[in-house]
Design a protein around this ligand. Structure first.
Ligand code: KMH
Ligand code: ZN
Length: 274
């Protein structure tokens, strides 16, 4: 089995300090939180940008400031910027972040309900537009799939050579409107991707650690972080992103998986020659 790549989704666009005071907003808070996660074992930081008051933004200058502050504290960490942004943002607004030429970004592979009246829109044309831009700019992507139809969409785009490079999936499970994160869901998705692909899981809320453990056992990788889950255990708020990563590291130990360094993660994801 490959070493375990741990991604930490430190802030997202939807969670707030009212929900958990450890959610970072400012540049310094982001850098501090990312550094803690990195020290605990995260090799990838999944990054959204916020203004100081918590408002989500895809503004390239704000992203650059946060990106550079994180890199100053942990120069070798992989920063994976979000091109998902927040619900309601336009295509080009979401892609503004690509101007900082990130090492890696997300490619969201389908539309889904996002709770209440929210819809996270990713039409077939959006996906093609995003993938084409990232191919042109030599930005590596992780394919975010919230249900099986999203995987089927990627398979069509792989055939058309719109999706290129090493295939790396993230199964984001447990969103209100997407697929749940039960074992049967995980196994169905894992068995639906190409054999040469790698995958990670991002369990939302209560699914975070059960999915993490499943993925560790099945040779997959893991994302945790306050973007996805605010609790270290039922009813107990996590004190930091670091604490969430530490819990995954303990699960890895339990199942004899060694945690990958950022350089090892680049090798596993075939990102070295970009
Ligand atoms: N904030 C969600 C609307 C991504 O980062 O690519 C989208 C999201 C996915 O978080
Ligand atoms: Zn995200």
């Amino acid at each position: 089995m490959d070493k375990l790549i741990i991604t930490c989704a430190i802030t997202g666009a939807e969670v707030t300090k009212d929900m958990n005071p450890a959610v970072p907003y400012t540049v310094d808070e982001m850098a501090e939180s990312a550094f803690g996660a990195y020290q605990a074992g995260a090799s990838i930081i999944h990054l959204h940008a916020r203004l100081d008051d918590g408002t989500p933004t895809q503004n390239k200058d704000r992203f650059k400031e946060i990106h550079d502050a994180i890199k100053k504290k942990c120069p070798d960490v992989i920063i994976q910027v979000s091109t998902g942004g927040a619900v309601g943002m336009s295509r080009d607004e979401r892609l503004d972040v690509l101007h900082i030429l990130p090492e890696m970004a997300t490619l969201d592979c389908g539309t889904l309900n996002f709770g209440g009246d929210d819809i996270f829109v990713n039409t077939e044309n959006d996906i093609q537009y995003f993938a084409t831009k990232m191919n042109q700019m030599n930005v590596r992507y992780e394919m975010e799939c919230f249900e099986k139809g999203h995987i089927d969409t990627t398979l069509r785009f792989i055939k058309k050579d719109v999706i290129q490079h090493h295939l790396h999936y993230s199964f984001v499970l447990g969103v209100r409107g997407g697929m749940t994160g039960e074992e049967r869901d995980f196994l169905f998705l894992k068995d639906s991707i190409p054999e040469n692909a790698t995958f990670s899981v991002a369990g939302i809320g209560k699914y975070e650690f059960s999915l993490a453990e499943l993925s560790i056992q099945h040779g997959g990788h893991v994302r945790v972080g306050l973007e996805d889950n605010l609790y270290i255990e039922k009813g107990v708020l996590a004190r930091s992103n670091q604490e969430l990563v530490e819990k995954v590291v303990a699960l890895a130990k339990k199942h004899n998986r060694t945690v990958a360094t950022p350089q090892e993660a680049r090798r596993i994801l075939e990102m070295e020659n970009r």
